[in-house]
Write a protein that binds this ligand. Sequence first.
Ligand code: FES
Length: 280
Amino acid sequence: MRRPEGRGAEGSGGPGPHRGVHTPGRASIAARHLRTDRWWVPQTATLVALLAFIGYSTWRAFDGADYYSAPYVSPFYSPCLAANCARIPGGADLAVFGDWWRLSPALIVLIFPLGFRLTCYYYRKAYYRAFWSSPPACAVAEPHARYSGETRFPLILQNIHRYFFYIAVIFAVILTYDVALSFRDSHGQWGHAGLGTLILLVNVGLIWAYTASCHSCRHIIGGRMRHFSKHPVRYRMWGWVSKLNARHMLLAWCSLASIAVSDLYVYLLASGAFSDPRFF
Ligand code: FES
């Protein structure tokens, strides 16, 4: 996704009509684009879906309530690191933020999964197109006069994605632990499974799949090797994550939706809207 400044970029900053796709040396085409299909449909759908998620997650992140209904905890609030989430059993033990923290505990943790998704190669493409029209679509010129790719501040910060990946693995482990705890009933007895258990299980499976399909993960596992034959384990793992990597976009959307559904389910239970159907 990181694109160096090329000839178009160098010539795109000047004033007047000779900029962007009108830079001297490029084909002279008067039309803004030559596409005849409905190229704007995917971008519009992306815009609507991301705005819906941003709206919902912002409300829930600042809500600071109804994030726990035994034995389920919302993925928006895990790990709960503030003293004001002591209502979760064991929550007070994890509290690295004391009583002075008055805001919603979700605001402490959401910055990390948010950073992981914001810097994701797929989401970058999606929101560059949907929100900034940069570019709006393949073979459709962007309306901006200047273009510097991701070579300057602030977009150069996108390159810290690999470090967010390491943190995302830690979060996936924590959410897996939460799912394990959801096999206990509200009294702490093992052997319980309800609809919430199933929803959290599917959610953590999608989160692991999305995380493992990350481009950085694929490079960490299989990059910088001269001979796959000398690293058979890494080669096999690289093959697995490559298959997931081919579905990264699908996994990005499915895991995003499952996080929202998981949180909504816990919210509805915690707010008393209905009871959790129990399988055994
Ligand atoms: Fe999408 Fe890493 S590239 S999560």
